[in-house]
Design a binder for this molecule. Structure first.
Ligand code: 5GP
Length: 114
């Protein structure tokens, strides 16, 4: 199941996506159902189902995902700010079992989230 999640298919170019950034550790692509003018998903190439599955060995990868999000926010013109979101499991609203960082921007967000 985890080995054939939809994001792994995007990483392996088995299904298309609008790619924003790629390197040896991660892929960033535009969300198919954007919740803001900019909505990019940054995913590790290593299969990590949720943040609950992170280990010390993933420390560099997690930092890398965050820095890629910041780089993309600059490139995509989000100078007024943006929101980074990681949903975890059912209560967190996670629907795809492959760790991903949402980069959302281009409109005003509110707090607390729904
Ligand atoms: P989650 O709810 O797991 O935090 O976020 C999953 C996100 O993946 C959702 O925002 C959803 O719109 C997006 N998504 C699901 N399937 C696809 C797909 O096939 N392509 C792209 N580009 N985004 C997808």
């Amino acid at each position: 199941m985890l080995a054939d999640n939809i994001f792994l298919k995007i990483i392996n170019k088995q299904i298309p996506a609008k790619i924003a950034y790629e390197d040896d550790r991660c892929l960033a692509f535009h969300d198919v159902n954007p919740q803001a003018p900019v909505h990019v998903l940054i995913v590790p190439k290593k299969v990590i189902p949720t943040t609950d599955d992170l280990t010390e060995a993933d420390e560099v990868t997690v930092g890398h995902l965050h820095l890629v999000a910041v780089k993309l926010a600059k490139e995509l013109g989000l100078s007024e700010g943006y929101r980074l979101v990681i949903n975890c499991k059912r209560h967190g609203g996670q629907t795809v079992p492959h760790l991903h960082l949402h980069l959302l921007g281009g409109r005003q967000f509110h707090w607390p989230p729904g």
